[in-house]
Design a protein around this ligand. Structure first.
Ligand SMILES: C[S@@+](CC[C@H](N)C(=O)[O-])C[C@H]1O[C@@H](n2cnc3c(N)ncnc32)[C@H](O)[C@@H]1O
Length: 316
């Protein structure tokens, strides 16, 4: 039991880079906006405060707890705020069903919320000992326990290497398989203990963070969902509409950077010195050649902001 209903919406999660999000995202007060990662509704609330009488915002989140918290926080904006429990990879279908196309702005503030991370029962954190879950959408069948206890050793090592960039991926995968052959690994604490049996004390925290991040990404197909969402977000944006994405680790940020650059390119490289490049019509114009990061004061007030990288682009 996560107890979200008892959580004050404002303490659910502190929105990161709030002023920057508003500055890049908002272009028209009468437009339709989608917050694909509603969380506690912090960014959404600030957007709704800026909208005029015909503006609307649709908030998506895979997590039912997040929607409960955001619905209560955003109740004063009824009927301008709408909600949908869904994955942002379905942004095109959802925008179409809700007759929102063309959309004026799309925000993705990636990863887990502080609330999800701090709630031991969600199984995201190695600092607590509870069920190995890590699902953002609890209707989904695949959870962290199924991966840790069910994947073959080589597949586990692949996940740790690809999504955690963990150099000891093979040794950790071997230790997981050895441990689960005795008894299955059911909790975050048990998984952490297996990882700790492989790594030295000096790198313990960093390795644990990488292993947990890798398994979380695999549970929630985070990188695939992000690629699909960016591709489809571009299709639903109005000319002049904006897409703003905040990433918290290099794998996510690389996907955003590459997808934006590709959409903003004016030619496709031929790959051959003598063959000319093929001109293409760009669909995006980059607004942030370099990612925007949080200032010292924000990081001091909200350590989560330290790793945030915001990129924004405009539909042309
Ligand atoms: C960093 S939090 C967003 C916080 C929010 N901006 C706020 O101000 O409170 C990320 C949220 O996105 C949700 N999420 C992550 N990946 C998702 C996906 N693929 N589809 C829908 N929601 C997702 C998580 O459940 C989480 O609630």
């Amino acid at each position: 039991m996560s107890g979200t209903a008892r959580v004050e919406a404002s303490s659910y999660h502190t929105p990161v880079l709030l002023h920057e999000v508003l500055a890049y995202l908002l272009t028209r007060a009468d437009g339709a906006y989608i917050d694909g990662t509603l969380g506690g509704g912090g960014h959404a609330e600030a957007v709704l405060q800026q909208l005029g009488p015909t503006g609307r915002l649709l908030g998506l989140d895979a997590d039912a707890d997040a929607l409960t918290a955001a619905r209560s926080r955003l109740a004063p904006f009824n009927p301008h705020a709408e909600f949908c429990q869904s994955n942002f990879r379905d942004i095109h279908r959802i925008a179409e069903e809700r007759r929102m196309i063309p959309v004026q702005g799309i925000l993705l503030d990636l990863g887990v919320s502080s609330h999800q991370f701090d709630d031991p029962s969600r199984g995201f954190s190695f600092r607590a000992d509870d069920r190995l879950d890590m699902r953002m959408d609890q209707r989904q069948a695949l959870d962290a326990a199924a991966i840790v206890n069910g994947y073959e050793e080589s597949a586990l090592a692949d996940v740790l290497w690809r999504y955690g960039e963990e150099r000891q991926s093979r040794a950790i995968a071997r230790a997981i398989v050895r441990s689960r052959s005795r008894t299955s690994i059911g909790t975050t604490g048990e998984l952490a203990a297996v990882v700790e049996s492989v790594v030295g004390d000096r790198f313990r925290m960093k390795v644990l963070a990488r292993v947990f991040q890798a398994i979380r990404i695999e549970v929630n197909s985070e990188l695939d969902n992000l690629r699909i969402a960016i591709r489809d977000a571009i299709k639903v944006l109005a000319p002049g509409g904006r897409i703003v994405i905040i990433a918290y680790h290099s794998l996510e940020d690389r996907i955003v950077k590459d997808a934006f650059r590709e959409a903003a390119a004016t030619a496709v490289k031929s790959g051959h010195l003598l063959a000319p490049d093929t001109p293409v019509v760009p669909t995006l114009r980059l607004l942030t050649p370099k990612p925007v990061t949080a200032g010292e004061a924000e990081v001091a007030a909200n350590p989560r902001a330290r790793s945030a990288k915001l990129r924004a682009a405009e539909r042309v």
